[in-house]
Structures are given as structure tokens and as C-alpha cells.
Design a protein around this ligand. Structure first.
Ligand SMILES: [Zn+2]
Ligand SMILES: [Zn+2]
Length: 345
């Protein structure tokens, strides 16, 4: 079975791996679609994400769907041949955060494609059956791979305590920002403003429901404040992984407002003007993956209220997966989301 491993920054090798077998309560998935995430790109470009470094070759990829190829003992809710989305996070289930209902904060989390845990860029893999979600009939394998980032966006909006009629700014319109935008709109935000330096992504934000989309040209804070009559927005979402976006989000949130930080900074540091945050008594929330958001992600995707397909600008065959990473790293060719597809069964 073929598997693609990152061995050093920007360097992949194809390996011949042993076939996975389903243990009790597990299934084997034949991988069909894997999204390339900005977090994969941190590992790809620098061999690290935050304080987690690549210490041995690693299979990347955590946004995936596939077809059930085999089921282990005791698995009843999925059948061989079913198209499914795969929750890539395996929490221990027993630590204090898990017991408190925060499996996303598990102290012993095994997460696909985060060293030392291999991810999805291989032909087949085994996984606990309780983390498998059969796809609704209207959804494709590529849609299924988008449920993970959609789940992250849902979690971010949950953290923002978005209320009907509120005003929202979104700083950074990559895949996550554009999903946050759409989920915020579905959750009842009345006014949505997107901030993004790449023109094509601003156009996409407008298409996906932003009232305004503005450039990062040094006047963005002033523009947002003017747009809100000087009041500021109820909730500001940062989804750029750039510190400028964090600074802007803090500056434009209203007194008593919320700022949700979703992006991952390359230099592992987040900073903002303390007085701006303190005087306004802001609530600043850090988004860590998601908390049981798959059923809602599935519901939103099936309802058609969220446009996943326009976000997928590039579909790359598995054999050319390294090209997909290069494309996303360079943000070349108008890429928003690249999904790697496998036709092998
Ligand atoms: Zn991701
Ligand atoms: Zn745990």
C-alpha cells in the first residue's frame, strides 16, 4: 500500500506500507479525498507547527473522507462500501479535559498528520468506528473532506456566542475564514465584513455573503470603525495566522465584544495592544480544533446553506499530491482549498 511521507521541509517520499487491519471497534477506510490545510503547510514549509517538530518521516493530512473497506469486531453503524467522513482527532476519553466534555483539549490527543501520528495521505488506514460519519446522499467525497474545516468554523462561531442580528468582522479569507463567514451568516449575523489582502479571496468573500470586503492597506481598522458608526463589531474572528489580523481584530471589536483567534502564527507568538483589549474589556477566545461539530457540519453541508464546492478551487490526483502542497504554500493560481483525490479502492 502506498503512503506519502514528509521527510524534511518540502521533501516527500513514497513508501510501501503494510496493509492496515481493523482492530475491534475499528474500520479500515480506503482514502478518497484529503484537503490540504494551512496547518499541514506549517509542517511542510518549516518542519514544525508551534512547538511540535517533525522528528521522523510523517504522513500529512487530516481533512478526509473515504470508503469503508473493512469493519472490525463490534462495528455495526457503518457498512463496507459506505462513503464516510473521518474525524481525525482521537481523544483518550479519560483525562480531565475529556471528562469535562472538552475532547479537543485532550492531554493525550492523537491527531492525524501531527507528529508522531500519521495522517491521511495513504491508500488505506484504520480508525475507531465511533469517529466515522456516513455522508448524506447529496454529499461527495470532496464535500466529506471539507467537513473537518467546516467543523472548526462551527466551533469558532460557537466560541463567538454569535447572536441574531450582530455585526461580525472576519480577518483572513482563506478556507477557514470563508467558512466562518458562511457559518456566521447562517447563525444570524446581520452585517459581515471581510478583511483580506488577496483580491480573488475578497471576491469570494462577497460571493459567500460578506457585505463588504476590504484590503489590508493600513486603513482597515479605520474603515471598519467607520462602517459600524464608530461602535466596533460585536464579534471579530481572526483566521489569517498573521499577527496583523490579530491586532486588527482587537482594535475593531466593540467594548465588551468578543475576539476569536483561529489562525496559527508561524512564529508561535500572538500579540496585540494591551490597552485596546483591556479598556474595552474584550473577551478573547482561542479556537482549538472543534468539539463534536461533525453532526452539525454534516447538517449544514446537506442543507445547502454552506457553499463548500466553490472553496475547492483545485483537485489534485494523489500521485501529484506534492504539487498540491506547493500550490497552497505559494498561494499560487488563485488557490483557496486544494483537495487531493484518490481513485484507488
Ligand atoms: Zn485543517
Ligand atoms: Zn483525553
Amino acid at each position: 500500500m502506498r503512503a506519502l511521507r514528509l521527510t524534511a521541509p518540502r521533501t516527500f517520499q513514497w513508501d510501501d506500507d503494510p496493509e492496515p487491519l481493523p482492530g475491534p471497534g475499528e474500520v479500515v477506510i480506503a482514502v478518497r479525498a484529503v484537503g490540504v490545510c494551512a496547518s499541514d503547510i506549517h509542517m511542510y514549509s518549516h518542519g514544525r507547527i508551534g512547538d511540535t517538530a517533525l522528528q521522523s518521516p510523517l504522513i500529512l493530512g487530516h481533512e478526509l473522507s473515504g470508503v469503508i473497506a473493512a469493519t472490525g469486531l463490534g462495528v455495526t453503524h457503518v457498512k463496507v462500501g459506505q462513503l464516510v467522513a473521518v474525524d481525525p482527532a482521537v481523544p483518550c476519553g479519560t483525562c480531565e479535559p475529556c471528562s469535562e466534555g472538552n475532547p479537543n483539549l485532550c492531554r493525550d490527543l492523537r491527531f492525524f498528520g501531527t507528529w508522531p501520528y500519521d495522517g491521511a495521505l495513504r491508500e488505506r488506514l484504520s480508525h475507531p468506528a465511533n469517529l466515522i460519519h456516513p455522508l448524506g446522499e447529496s454529499l461527495t467525497a470532496v464535500d466529506g473532506a471539507m467537513l473537518e474545516p467546516l467543523g472548526v468554523a462551527i466551533h469558532a462561531v460557537d466560541l463567538g456566542h454569535l447572536r441574531p442580528g450582530c455585526s461580525v468582522s472576519i480577518h483572513g479569507c482563506g478556507p477557514i475564514g470563508l467558512l466562518v463567514l458562511q457559518v456566521a451568516r447562517a447563525a444570524g449575523a446581520a452585517r459581515l465584513l471581510a478583511v483580506e489582502p488577496i483580491p480573488g479571496r475578497r471576491a469570494m468573500a462577497l460571493k459567500m455573503g460578506a457585505d463588504h470586503a476590504i484590503d489590508v492597506d493600513g486603513s482597515q481598522v479605520e474603515q471598519i470603525l467607520r462602517w459600524t458608526g464608530g461602535r466596533g463589531v460585536d464579534v471579530a474572528f481572526e483566521a489569517a495566522g498573521e499577527n496583523q489580523a490579530v491586532e486588527d481584530a482587537v482594535e475593531v471589536a466593540k467594548p465588551g465584544g468578543r475576539v476569536v483567534l483561529v489562525g496559527i502564527p508561524a512564529d508561535d507568538r500572538t500579540h496585540f495592544r494591551a490597552s485596546a483589549a483591556r479598556r474595552k474589556g474584550l473577551t478573547i477566545l482561542l479556537c482549538r480544533r472543534m468539539r463534536h461539530a461533525y453532526p452539525r457540519a454534516m447538517g449544514l453541508a446537506e442543507s445547502g446553506r454552506i457553499d463548500l464546492r466553490t472553496l475547492v478551487t483545485h483537485r489534485v490526483p494523489m500521485e501529484e499530491a506534492p504539487h498540491g502542497f506547493d500550490l497552497v504554500e505559494r498561494r499560487a493560481d488563485g488557490v483557496v482549498k486544494a483537495v487531493i483525490e484518490s481513485s484507488a479502492s
